[in-house]
Design a protein around this ligand. Structure first.
Ligand code: 13P
Length: 336
């Protein structure tokens, strides 16, 4: 394991005020996002969409790394460059998706460990510098169960160890979903239990905490909860003491929050805790950066400049949120 490179890469991904762009939707997920906009569900349409994203002018000012999907890593930009060489440090989603957990109706465990060592070697050869694995935890009356948390924590830790062995920085993503009508406190309790289990498993597998990043959910009330809580309450509930200080950065997922709320909440976390936290608080959003751009693009080449403007705007707002300088009232970086 090349410890120094892992540590340097992990730090670089969350350095300054930049963050990650998760553009690694699997083919079914990308198709699901395309369908309502009437965009063809083809490899070429997905390639053109990803080309629009990575060629956005000045995107590199806000985005340190982009998480790609297997299909994209093997495709080329309009200019004929492999996506892995398209300006932004490339990462790769390596899990094979969440599958039903045996004997536990309503719960899932993420698969993809079989043969992972070989795939990681190949991805590294194709240019990837970091990897991502997403576990999904659903909240319900009697779930998550211990079985679900333990199975997902174990898989995340095995993936993280294999990634570091291959020289790739693991982005460890345990996502507690927003679906449901539970209050903020319930999401906090579940997130706490999940993070404890994940860091226990990472420790058991010998994962180098300095050479990884955590990609968790923000602690929010269920989407159908009657009390949706204020931005500051969410920011305070999200900062979990369960994350060891050795982890260089926490890059939050957006999880279906609106783009503006995701920026406002990240901003509140940074603004309220300036210089008081051991980790960088960054972003690794998919929907909260891309959705406005996708809505503007709609698969039409003439819409590319407008879509790129929308994409840059969201990336720039989140960059400002890292500094605690996002203004929710105007949905723009605060100008001095
Ligand atoms: P969202 O920001 O849309 O939740 O996506 C993040 C991600 O990478 C999901 O795996």
């Amino acid at each position: 394991m090349d410890t120094r490179t892992l540590i340097e890469t992990a730090r670089a991904l969350v350095a300054g005020d930049r963050g990650l762009l998760a553009m690694d939707e699997s083919t079914p997920t990308a198709n699901k996002r395309f369908a309502p906009l009437g965009i063809p569900q083809t490899p070429e349409a997905r390639r053109a969409y990803r080309d629009m994203i990575v060629t956005t002018p000045r995107l590199g000012e806000c985005i340190s790394g982009a998480i790609l999907y297997d299909e994209t890593l093997r495709q080329q930009t309009n200019e004929g460059l492999p996506f892995a060489q398209a300006r932004i440090v490339p990462g790769i989603k390596v899990d094979a998706g969440a599958k039903p957990l045996a004997l536990h109706p309503g719960e899932e465990v993420t698969e993809g460990l079989d043969g992972l060592r070989g795939r990681l070697d190949e991805y590294r050869g194709l240019g990837a510098r970091f990897a991502k694995w997403r576990a999904v935890i659903r909240i319900g009356e009697t779930i998550p169960t211990r079985a679900c948390i333990a199975a997902n924590a174990h898989a995340l830790a095995r993936y993280a160890a294999l990634s570091q062995e291959a020289g790739l920085v693991p982005i460890v993503e345990p996502e507690v979903l927003m679906d449901g009508d539970h209050p903020l406190e319930r999401c906090a309790t579940v997130t706490e239990a999940v993070l404890h289990a994940v860091f226990d498993a990472l420790d058991a597998q010998g994962v180098l905490l300095e050479g990884m990043l955590l990609k968790p959910n923000m602690v929010v009330p269920g989407l159908e909860a009657s009390d949706q809580s204020g931005t500051d309450a969410i920011a305070d509930a999200t900062l979990r003491r369960q994350v060891p200080a050795a982890v260089p950065g926490i890059a939050f997922l957006s999880g279906g929050q609106s783009a503006k709320l995701a920026s406002a909440r990240l901003n509140a976390m940074n603004a309220r805790n300036r210089d008081r936290l051991p980790w960088a608080l960054a972003f690794s959003f998919a929907r909260a950066i891309q959705q406005p751009a996708l809505d503007a693009w709609r698969g039409v080449a003439e819409n590319v400049p407008q879509a790129q403007q929308a994409l840059f705007h969201r990336a720039d707002c989140n960059r400002a949120a890292r500094r605690g300088e996002y203004d929710a009232a105007t949905d723009a970086p605060r100008r001095a």
